[in-house]
Design a protein. Structure first.
Length: 447
């Protein structure tokens, strides 16, 4: 089980409106940009000038981008927003999310508002132990080679620690070896050595890769085989993050459905994902909508996170949902568990000013705390999606938000966007051509 991360330290009042506790405040979504930034600064306890400098200026200079990737020609923008209403382990958090898809931030905020009314999420994260793999081939006797490596375990761990003395001083370092004989592969017998490395508050890829590359010659010498691959595994299943929510069914009541019926329908929807990989894939995609958006906003490797999450979903030999939902009396209980290899230091995090300010607004002090919050976002996103699916359907809210983007893309002037959006939604055709037709009709009526 994971160790619960302490996220209860006192902070400035961070309660956010938009349907949460402060009903008197102007909803965040209706504020102009400058006022939103001021609200973010106030709720996070940061200097307003610092927040504005990071979020109003250039997102990432080309000079920095050119250092980050090869053959750079520019910087691609992705919308950055904040999910509201999250309360995780008794602490209010503003959650940065970078995502291009409409309704993701709104859905996360809505799911969090329901859970907030029930006391919030409880979340935990295991120590940040990553797995590095060393592939050995050309072995005559896998068992004998494994025995030699097992006997040399202390020496191999010492060699691993010698690669990163600063990491050891920060409390990280090698934590163990695992030996995985693979007697029957398409290329013959292999032995895979797992090096378990505590990477502290880093994502850890560079540390792990450097470690396995450094000790691979010693491993080959002891085992008597030849080394091939030396690289981390993105299935970081020693680094699981978990979140849980307990929701009285009355909080799920809609105009059309009693709360208990909504809860039953949510459990039925989860049961389909548990039984059918075709549904599970979409179920999990919705979860990762939220988790990936937080990963991108905080400068983390969302692709590695995706790989680990989906591999974990298939850990029993059949692809299934990352969450579970059940009814306990009059309480809907939701839970999530998935590998989350994330970092708050190192890599390119220091190069991007918006990543730095996003992490400061989030207020996390460790990679484990970040992982716990991200697991909560995934669970909240899943709750919002399932509730919409089993009541009004997913399109109603999603297409209303999508319409705003279509109207902007159609070239509608700012002063007419609200009325065109309303008419576009009423038409039931959320299409670029239809938005232009509505604009033309308004222009014609004005003559």
């Amino acid at each position: 089980m994971g160790i619960t991360v302490d996220m209860s330290r006192p902070v400035a009042d961070r309660t956010v409106s938009s349907g949460s506790a402060d009903r008197q405040a102007t909803p965040f979504r209706t504020l102009p940009r400058q006022a939103r930034l001021a609200r973010v600064a106030a709720l996070s306890g940061l200097d307003p000038a610092e927040v504005e400098a990071a979020l109003l200026g250039e997102p990432l200079s080309f000079a920095v981008a050119d250092e980050m990737v090869e053959n750079a020609v520019g910087v691609l923008g992705v919308p950055l927003g904040f999910a509201l209403n999250f309360r995780v382990n008794d602490r209010d958090v503003l959650v940065p999310m970078a995502v291009e898809e409409p309704s993701v931030i709104a859905a996360a905020s809505y799911g969090a508002r329901i859970v907030r009314s029930a006391g919030g999420f409880t979340a935990s994260a295991e120590p940040p132990v990553m797995i590095g793999q060393i592939q050995l081939v050309g072995l005559d006797d896998l068992d004998a080679a494994a025995a030699r490596l097992r006997a040399a375990g202390p020496a191999l761990l010492a060699a691993a620690d010698a690669v990163h003395p600063n990491l050891v001083r920060r409390g990280g370092g090698a934590r163990g070896l695992e030996l995985r004989p693979l007697p029957d592969t398409p290329c013959g017998p292999m032995l895979v050595v797992h090096v378990l490395l505590d990477v502290a508050d880093a994502m850890g890829a560079n540390a792990v890769n450097a470690t396995v590359e450094a000790i691979a010659p010693l491993v080959a010498e002891l085992a008597g085989g030849e080394v091939r691959l030396r690289i981390l595994s993105n299935l970081a299943d020693r680094r699981l993050a978990r979140a849980k929510a307990r929701i009285p069914v009355d909080l799920l009541t809609t105009r059309a459905f009693a709360g208990r019926e909504v809860a039953v329908r949510i459990v039925e929807a989860w049961a389909l994902a548990a039984a059918d990989p075709y549904r599970a894939a979409t179920h999990n995609k919705g979860i990762m909508n939220g988790i990936d958006a937080v990963a991108l906003a905080t400068g983390n490797d969302w692709r590695g996170i995706e790989a680990g999450a989906h591999a974990h979903a298939a850990r029993d030999g059949r692809y299934g949902p990352l969450t579970s939902w059940s009814l306990e009396g009059e309480t809907l209980v939701g839970a999530i568990a998935l590998p989350l290899a994330v970092g708050t230091v190192g890599g390119h995090l220091a190069l991007n000013p918006r990543v730095r300010v996003a992490l400061r607004v989030l207020g996390v002090r460790s990679s484990r705390e970040l992982a716990a919050i991200m697991a909560s976002v995934g669970l909240g996103q899943n709750l919002a999606a399932l509730r919409a699916l089993v009541t009004d359907g997913i399109q109603r809210g999603h297409m209303a938000l999508h319409a705003r983007g279509v109207v902007a893309a159609a070239g509608v002037p700012p002063g007419l966007r609200e009325v065109v959006t309303e008419r576009l939604i009423a038409s039931g055709e959320i299409k670029l051509g239809r938005a232009r037709e509505i604009l033309a009709s308004l222009a014609g009526g004005a003559r």
